[in-house]
Design a protein around this ligand. Structure first.
Ligand SMILES: Cc1ncc(COP(=O)(O)O)c(C=O)c1O
Length: 401
């Protein structure tokens, strides 16, 4: 296999060996077959080091630590992430989770006006529906575009639903339930044509699928760190298009959004001119430390190399699952899927529990099946073991039925 990494041809075998050498950084890989990076990526040793550094700074420096790096850390970590998702420096702010990041983006808009429609897909992650449903009380109108499938959603239908009354189109780059990778370009084009904004949820893509937010031209992007980015919880992020950011007046903000927060000025905010204008309050320093470790590793390896490995391993997984007679609830074409594969087996929930008991760590989603997600640190042997174990379990279930 030959892959292309940042314009250079790299020998496939050497790349695989280089990726294999990263396994030492992730101790959990010695204890089980870890195929659940779409949910919680393996913890890197580097995160242990960084969290210890945080504890040490807190212990030794106390309050002085705020001005010795803690206060600026959100911007540094956001810029590091920007290298992974194609965002210019100073365009990403860090927040507790993707839901809050999305709420901040939505708070830049008003809803008691003729342009008040929010167009959603029925296969979105539920947080999007709950959050935007809540804006009805401020005048927003919610439109759901039915997909007619549990695997992928026709983009044309979404494009057709966007009109001059549309204010916002929140869309996932990769659907959480099926792993389908959506072509969002026509959506951005249509939304901008009618004057609507797009929030791209890149949570299930960032770190495994190459993402170039600048080139996509989306207005906002949101996500979190715990999946393919191998970060810890509490580090969600918000990207805002640089030429748009300074014109926006988010209402869901706090003292950290002020141009000069340490003035502690009361009354209306004087927005910071940089990305801090989207900030709320005190930054979540330990989460930033734990996210930074994963971001550094993903950036060092490069998402192109990760994607090449992911495509090879997911293809192997799909072929093996099909040969074993299992149905797949993931699109087949490489350009239509992200990093996970959903295997539909009878009694999926029980089979998933048994897989975990036997050391194959995956998860199960109702209406989808068993989600399996090889990352750069997984091997072909692990894929084979996972499917062989599933075949064993399915066979035992049949015999005992
Ligand atoms: C696509 C997608 N969006 C949003 C979320 C929710 O993110 P958070 O818990 O950070 O708000 C998830 C979580 O799994 C997800 O998969």
């Amino acid at each position: 296999m030959r892959i292309v990494t940042q314009g250079t041809h790299v020998d496939g075998a050497r790349t695989d060996a280089a990726l294999d050498s990263w396994r030492r950084e992730f101790p959990i890989l010695d204890t089980c077959t870890y195929l659940v990076s779409h949910s919680l990526g393996a913890m890197p040793q580097r995160a242990v080091t960084y969290l210890a550094r945080f504890a040490d700074e807190w212990t030794r420096r106390g309050v002085r630590a705020w001005h010795e790096g803690w206060w600026e850390m959100g911007r540094e970590v956001g810029d590091l992430l920007g290298r992974i998702v194609g965002a210019a420096p100073g365009t990403i702010t860090m927040h507790q989770n993707a839901t809050i990041a999305q709420a901040i983006a939505a708070s830049c808009m008003t809803w008691d006006v003729p342009r008040r429609k929010i167009v959603l897909q029925d296969l979105d992650f539920p947080t999007n529906h709950y959050l935007f449903e809540g804006l009805r009380r401020y005048g927003a109108e919610i439109v759901y575009v039915p997909s007619g499938s549990s695997i992928s959603a026709p983009i044309d239908r979404l494009v057709d639903a966007i009109d001059e009354h549309t204010a916002l189109v929140p869309i996932s780059l990769v659907l959480f339930r099926s792993g389908a990778l959506q072509d969002v370009r026509p959506v951005v084009e249509r939304a901008h044509h009618v004057g609507a904004r797009v929030i791209l949820d890149v949570y299930q893509a960032a770190g495994t699928v190459p993402v170039d937010l600048g080139a996509l031209g989306v207005d906002f992007a949101v996500g979190g760190s715990v999946k393919w980015l191998c970060g810890g919880p509490g580090a969600g992020y918000l990207y805002v298009r640089p030429d748009l950011a300074g014109t926006l007046r988010p209402s869901f903000i706090g003292w950290a959004a002020h141009e000069s927060p340490f003035e502690f000025a009361t009354g209306p905010v004087r927005y910071a001119s940089g990305p801090e204008r989207f900030q709320s309050g005190t930054p979540n320093v330990p989460s930033l430390y734990s996210a930074r470790a994963g971001y550094e590793i993903v950036a060092e390896i490069g998402v192109q190399a990760i994607r090449a490995r992911s495509l090879a391993l997911t293809r192997r997984l799909m072929d093996a699952a099909r040969t074993a007679g299992f149905r797949l609830n993931t699109p087949d074409a490489d350009h239509e899927r992200g990093g996970s594969v959903i295997v539909d087996v009878p009694n999926g929930e029980a089979a998933a529990a048994e897989l975990i008991r036997r050391g194959v760590i995956i998860d199960h989603r109702p209406g989808a099946g068993i989600r399996m997600a090889p990352h750069f640190y997984n091997t072909e042997e692990e894929i084979d073991r996972a499917i062989a174990t599933l075949v064993e379990i399915a066979g035992e279930q049949k015999t005992s039925a």
